[in-house]
Design a protein around this ligand. Structure first.
Ligand code: CU
Length: 167
């Protein structure tokens, strides 16, 4: 837009106004991008995170069929962590989430990771997150034990012995 205005001699007043406008724009833009780029403290090597696993149990099931494992994760650290994989001694384990849509239909979908907030806990329970165990190598009866290995993004892996029960 090189109009005639641009050719006019620039008055000191106009310079001042221009400078003020520039400052205002810079201030607004600055605050906006400032909060957006404030990077959350990325937990990395050396960040001590601790996740404890309690109340682990696995539902009874038949050889060849599938069942599910449940437990509660407690993050006692000061940084966010995430459960990234689970393996089970009796079949192929995958993390799932049960969801209910607007029409009341219930389904489940695989989840890659489950975030555990710093100082918070996440429950794997019927109707929510669960570990699906497919292709059971043997019948699982009440009182049996299943070994689970939970791998976290930051915390050390945790081995738990889950008790088999009907519900
Ligand atoms: Cu499932």
């Amino acid at each position: 837009m090189t109009k005639r205005v641009a050719a006019l001699p620039v008055s000191p007043a106009l310079v001042l106004v221009t400078a003020l406008v520039t400052l205002l724009v810079a201030a607004c833009g600055g605050s906006g991008t400032g909060s957006a780029t404030a990077s959350p403290s990325t937990p990395g090597e050396g960040t001590a995170t601790t996740v404890t696993v309690t109340g682990a149990w696995v539902r009874t099931g038949q050889a060849g069929a599938m069942t599910a494992a449940y437990f509660t994760l407690q993050n006692t650290g000061t940084a966010e962590d995430a459960l990234v994989s689970v393996t089970a001694s009796v079949g192929m384990a995958t993390m799932h989430e049960t969801t209910t849509d607007a029409s009341g239909m219930t389904g489940m979908q695989p989840v890659e990771t489950v975030v555990i907030p710093a100082g918070g806990s996440v429950s794997f329970e019927p109707g929510g997150y669960h570990v699906m165990i497919m292709g059971l190598s043997a019948d699982l009866k009440a009182g049996d034990k299943v070994e689970l290995k939970l791998v976290f993004k930051n915390a050390a892996p945790v081995d738990v012995t889950a008790e088999v029960r009907a519900s």
